[in-house]
Design a protein around this ligand. Structure first.
Ligand code: ZN
Length: 243
């Protein structure tokens, strides 16, 4: 009787101990699983620029409560949080309602030695209010910027499958003067009713930030360069850069 009396509790204790060990092992594998991935991402620093700010309001449609500088900042803040969750080092060029000169925005990213630059904006085209769709722009001649913008555009399309815009080359000062691959994302047209509804929806803004975040993860996982200067060599400038 004594043997049975002890045998049962001991088995229970062992079972409980085994469960605990399994849980510890599982937690450890989850922790180490994250650590396995983190170093690759943690080396990457992403500068996130919320376009406009302070006296520079950007697109402004008070009848709809749409103020571009505020929309940009909300997307930028969400993107920084999401990038940090993925193990990136990310920071905001402006974290408040202040105006920073375009050249200074590029300088801030350069001085911080950011690896990737992202600028967030809202588009407008009063001449044709049918124009709609989020769009990614890259600096003309930047092959790496183009690749990043193509990834961003592909991910944006998943957010709104009716958006048939393509990543295109442009000449924006913040992209031209930054020393790392960059992308400028117009999250939609303030002048289009469909887009305006999306832009004013926090769920859409969150989804757009998540799309940009996924694109940056893909960029890194493809082992693409974070040094824009290398592509200014003749070899890179001969590459086609049209979207
Ligand atoms: Zn803008």
């Amino acid at each position: 009787m004594r043997a049975v009396f002890y045998a049962v509790p001991v088995r229970h204790v062992c079972a409980a101990g085994l469960t605990t060990l399994l849980l510890i092992a599982l937690s450890a594998s989850l922790v180490f699983g994250r650590i396995d991935h983190s170093p690759r991402h943690s080396r990457l620093k992403v500068a996130v620029d919320a376009g406009h700010g302070g006296s520079d309001i950007g697109a402004w449609y008070p009848q709809f409560g749409l103020v571009e500088k505020d929309i940009n900042l909300s997307v930028a803040k969400t993107l920084v949080r999401q990038l940090e969750d993925q193990g990136f080092s990310a920071f905001l060029i402006r974290d408040d309602d202040v105006y920073i000169e375009l050249g200074e925005r590029a300088d801030l990213a350069n001085r911080a030695r950011a690896d990737i630059f992202v600028s967030i904006h809202v588009n407008r085209f009063p001449q044709d209010t049918r124009c709609r769709g989020a769009q990614a722009f890259y600096q003309r001649g930047s092959a790496y910027g183009q690749q990043l913008a193509v990834f961003v555009q592909e991910e944006l399309r998943k957010v709104d499958p009716t958006n048939d815009r393509k990543a295109i080359a442009a000449d924006f000062k913040v992209l031209r003067e930054t020393h790392m691959p960059g992308v400028l994302v117009e999250i939609g047209f303030a002048t289009n009713a469909h887009d305006r509804q999306l832009i004013m929806d926090p769920g859409y803004r969150n989804a757009v930030a998540a799309a940009i975040c996924r694109a940056i993860v893909r960029y890194r996982e493809n082992g693409l360069s974070t040094d824009n200067r290398s592509q200014r060599s003749p070899g890179w400038s001969q590459r086609p850069c049209s979207a």
